[in-house]
Write a protein that binds this ligand. Structure first.
Ligand code: NAD
Length: 476
């Protein structure tokens, strides 16, 4: 049984949940203890008590702990990748790559702990020196979604610790296995008790308990829009610092002059890999009219040929959907799209696998318009709409006509159009001739408009959220 890590001890015995493999519903990945509200309180108390000392820890102490975690994640990426593929359903290569990315993130932030700098500024008044320094926030509450069960925890926990904060971490209830494995490594990294705490369980119990607690200074959340807005309102009443990474409806624009193979690769990779369950997925493919028919036909043929199957099967390209409710949501949206007038060119159905699982064939909804629900709402599955654009300006306008603004992309051989698009697209991230999903670990990640709130995650920019500046005036 996998317990919670609170104040330097493994805690809990009751309220156990089973972690089920979506590729094989007979496979129980493990049993995980859900924390009670009292246990969350104990975790917050432990973090609060540990913080005064940890905030004064040396950069070397922080480097050593984070480097230890990064090294072990990289050394165990095959084993932990298998665990991740079993619990979440992405294919083994995708899962191993995610674990490696988590390891690289810990290594990156180990280095950042050694590079915390400030400014020395000449005062406007004689004889006074001004210093601007960065300090940790205090106790940071971390809430993560199920679709990246180790990378997203890593990109929140590593900077929180690197900049001297204490952590209370709540992973998604659906996939506690990878989060627990990460916490187990962190528990052996040399951090003092209470600096890092794991509290698994339901958001409405566990997350809600620490968002309300005045000893938690800041909340960083990745997940759905509805949950994020609720957390923002609750946290704002307590004047907490909040960072939200929410949904996306990411446009991939394909112009007539695009290299067709590149465009098809970008569309298929971006829309359907990781079973389309990525906030950066290319869920709206906007194609200029000159190549619309040719592109759409080829896209449908290639999509229909994708091999859907068990996440651990070496032959599989697309793993199962994560759970029954996601599967139902995908089926519902395919029907909604057809009812709205889009044409289903392939997929959109449940499939029988060799084992009982949530298998679903990737769907292409062509002749969609940008005002359809399937073009406006995040589906979060392997369902892509294909929308026709008259020309580049129309394609750009369609791309920007969304309440979201996370990732975006364009396939073109025109440097002029690519350059214009990079500047004019209203999104936090943009890609030219590369898929909208799939990013580096050492540069900022995040969106605009309804997709994000607060400072960026990852890279050096992470310090904007995880630190607060102090201005000191000294007269010698
Ligand atoms: P979700 O909002 O259902 O849950 C996210 C987390 O919040 C989970 O840990 C959940 O237990 C917790 N939670 C739920 N109710 C809560 C409450 N009342 N108080 C506190 N915590 C609560 O999202 P999900 O289904 O796990 O993830 C899918 C969503 O995540 C999609 O919308 C996707 O776009 C988004 N996502 C965004 C990014 C990004 O960086 N922008 C990355 C990955 C996923």
């Amino acid at each position: 049984m996998h317990k919670n890590w609170i104040a330097g001890e493994w805690i809990g015995a009751s309220n156990v949940q089973q972690n089920i493999n979506p590729s094989d519903l007979n496979d129980v990945v493990g049993e995980y203890v859900r924390a009670s509200a009292d246990e969350v309180e104990a975790a917050v108390s432990a973090a609060y008590q540990a913080w005064p000392n940890w905030s004064l820890s040396t950069p070397q102490q922080r480097f050593d702990a984070l480097d230890f975690v990064g090294t072990e994640l990289l050394a165990r990426k095959a084993e932990l990748g298998e665990l991740l593929a079993r619990e979440e359903g992405k294919t083994l290569p995708e899962a191993v790559a995610e674990v490696a990315r988590a390891g690289q993130i810990f290594k990156f932030f180990a280095g950042e702990a050694l590079r915390i700098t400030g400014d020395a500024v000449a005062s406007v008044r004689p004889g006074i020196q001004v210093e601007v320094t960065r300090e940790p926030l205090g106790v940071v509450g971390i809430i993560t979604p199920w679709n990246f069960p180790i990378a997203i925890p890593a990109w929140k926990i590593a900077p929180a610790l690197a900049y001297g904060n204490c952590v209370v971490f709540k992973p998604a209830d659906l996939v506690p296995g990878s989060a627990w494995a990460l916490a187990e490594i962190i528990s052996r990294s040399g951090l003092p008790g209470g600096v890092f705490n794991l509290v698994m369980g339901r958001g409405s119990v566990v997350g809600a308990a620490f968002i309300d607690d005045p000893r938690v200074t800041a909340i960083t959340f990745t997940g759905s829009v509805g949950t994020g807005h609720g957390i923002l309102q609750q946290a704002a009443q307590k004047q907490k610092k909040v960072q939200l990474e929410l949904g996306g409806k990411n446009p991939l624009v394909i112009l007539d002059d695009a290299d067709l193979e590149t465009a098809l690769d970008c569309a298929i990779q971006g829309a359907f890999y990781s079973t389309g369950q990525r906030c950066t997925a290319s869920s709206r493919i906007i194609v200029e009219k000159g190549i619309y028919d040719q592109f759409t036909d080829t896209l449908a043929k290639r999509t229909a040929a994708l091999r859907v199957g068990h996440a651990l099967d070496a032959n599989t390209q697309i793993g199962p959907v994560a759970d029954a409710s996601q599967l139902q949501q995908d089926l519902d949206y395919v029907k909604i799209g057809q009812d709205e007038g889009a044409q289903l060119l392939c997929g959109g159905q449940t499939l029988e696998g060799k084992t009982p699982g949530y298998y679903f064939s990737p769907a292409v909804l062509a002749h969609a318009t940008n005002d359809m629900r399937v073009s406006r709402e995040e589906i979060f599955g392997p369902v892509a709409t294909v929308i026709k654009a008259d020309d580049y300006d129309h394609a750009l306008a369609l791309a920007n006509d969304t309440e979201f603004g996370l990732s975006s992309g364009i396939c073109t051989q025109s440097l002029k159009r690519a350059t214009h698009f990079k500047r004019a697209i209203q999104a936090g991230m943009t890609m030219v001739n590369v898929p909208t999903a799939g990013v580096d670990y050492h540069v900022p990640f995040g969106g605009r408009k309804g997709s994000s709130y607060g400072p960026r995650e990852q890279g050096r920019y992470a310090q904007e959220f995880f630190t607060i500046v102090k201005t000191a005036y000294t007269k010698a």
